[in-house]
Design a protein around this ligand. Sequence first.
Ligand code: NI
Length: 177
Amino acid sequence: MIRDVLRMGDPRLLKVSRPVEAFGTSELVALIADLRDTMRHLNGAGIAAPQIGVDLRVVIFGGGPSPRYPDASAVPDTVLINPTLIPLNGGEEGGWEGCLSVPGLRGWVPRWTQLRYTGFDEYGVPIDRLANGFHARVVQHECDHLDGVLYPARVRDFSRFGFTDVLFPDGSVAADD
Ligand code: NI
């Protein structure tokens, strides 16, 4: 079921979410289905449970290139629960980000270039992966939602934060969110 996405300003987006304690439940499987339906409907690269008002440490991401992120290298379709992120090389790089909870805007956000992430899928199967590039960026963006952090809080250069159609009048970054 496609769910409403909370927008910045809603205090529920600023909370630290609770860990999932039971895997494979019908409630958890239904939550994943709703997240997937909502992400696909909005052409997102990822979505976190708090964005639909569910206070649990659950994110999904992936789906490959989309109208919003046409140049995204393929990111594996992933359900990631109770995640832990560990930076690997200390390096950072900037990149443009948008967010379904911050519609119409883009910002240039520094992120770790390479990381290891661990967690579980909806059935409790462990996940342990290395990521870099856009994959690493998406994981960090989505997992930030679980700690109540929206990407504008990570912007350092506010000359590169604004409305998508103003920043990119030539349409080089899709403005359809
Ligand atoms: Ni987001």
